[in-house]
Design a protein around this ligand. Structure first.
Ligand code: ATP
Ligand code: PRP
Ligand code: MG
Length: 284
């Protein structure tokens, strides 16, 4: 029995989806022209698909689980269960107008033409703001639309903002913040639930490892209390005596987001020779 997982064949989510599976110890090679592949060492079969089709396939049970952006998931309105945010493919669905156009509020879009690949999400947003506009659905290169006279505004995905900038547009409203999520069919059979639980356990340990760093440092013994307070670690720090009298080596785990702030405080407390090492897996 295999768990069938759908991931994007080639695009913004492909590399991170494959890396996640590989970091979970599931050996899968990238798609190539083979659109279905069996993992070598885990009961998973991977389907490589267009991202737009993934919600439908998971809803219908053609695939059991899938990796897809929230933007596509909520646009398609399919009945699937979101299991877990995956922390990659981060972007936002935003409205943009040509630079130089004065924009007061959503109301200024009344009666305007808006180009988008996300007609459902755009319409819901406009309805919520009681604005009526003409929605032009196009499937890609949306940012070109105002420049060629096809629309007055666009509603598309933004991450760095460079595509908007290069096309003379300015972002004016955020409609949805999005990232890749793991979704599942709502009626998975028991044997597949068991495989999914194993996969989720691995994903949790990979995500925890990515969020944390292993830190080693040397410190004079009279600074240890202050250093322990800064580095509580998973249970408590490991302390080993150095060959030099009055000094210890302290090992601990530090969340990535606290890293720079804590490093400064550790140095101030007397820590020296600080090493920071990536963690491969972390089980709490
Ligand atoms: N600039 C970006 N930065 C980060 N994530 C993005 C960005 N653009 C898109 N994404 C996320 O990646 C997903 C896939 O984007 P991509 O551009 O590869 O889609 P696509 O062209 O529709 O691909 P497909 O051929 O599979 O239909 C998007 O639905 C979104 O969730
Ligand atoms: O804000 P930015 O960092 O510039 O990213 C935004 C662009 O990225 C996505 O397109 P992508 O490059 O994936 O091409 P596609 O639309 O052809 O899939 C999206 O549709 C935007 O055009
Ligand atoms: Mg697509």
């Amino acid at each position: 029995m295999n768990l069938r997982i759908a991931i994007q064949k080639s695009g913004r989510l492909s590399e991170d989806s494959l890396r996640l599976l590989n970091d979970c110890g599931i050996s899968v090679k990238s798609a190539g022209s083979k659109l279905r592949t069996q993992a070598e060492n885990f009961p998973v079969e991977v389907y490589f698909l267009r991202d737009d089709d993934i919600p439908q396939y998971v809803q219908d049970g053609v695939a059991d689980i899938g990796v897809v952006g929230e933007n596509v998931l909520y646009e398609k309105c399919k009945n699937v269960e979101v299991v877990k945010p995956l922390g990659f493919g981060k972007c936002r669905l935003a409205l943009a107008v040509p630079r130089g156009v004065e924009y007061g509020s959503v109301a200024s879009l009344e009666g305007r033409r808006i180009a988008t690949s996300y007609p459902f999400l755009l319409e819901s947003f406009l309805r919520q703001h009681r604005v009526e506009a003409e929605i032009h659905e196009i499937s890609g290169s949306v940012e070109i639309a105002p420049g060629i006279g096809l629309a007055d505004a666009v509603c598309d995905l933004v991450s760095s903002g460079s595509t908007l900038f290069m096309n003379g547009l300015q972002e004016v409203e955020t409609i949805l913040e999005s990232q890749a999520v793991l979704v599942k069919n709502t009626e998975l059979e028991n044997s597949k639930e068991i495989i999914l639980r194993k996969l989720l356990f691995r994903i949790d340990s990979v995500q925890a490892a990515r969020r944390n760093k292993y830190i080693l440092l040397n410190a004079p013994n009279d600074a240890l209390d202050e250093i322990f307070a800064l580095l509580p670690g998973m249970k408590s720090p490991t302390v080993l005596p150095l060959a030099e009298e009055g000094w210890s080596s302290v090992h601990s785990v530090l969340p990535e987001e606290e890293f720079w702030e804590k490093i400064e405080a550790l140095k101030y407390a007397g820590a020296q020779g600080i090493l920071v090492v990536p963690i491969e897996k972390m089980i709490q």
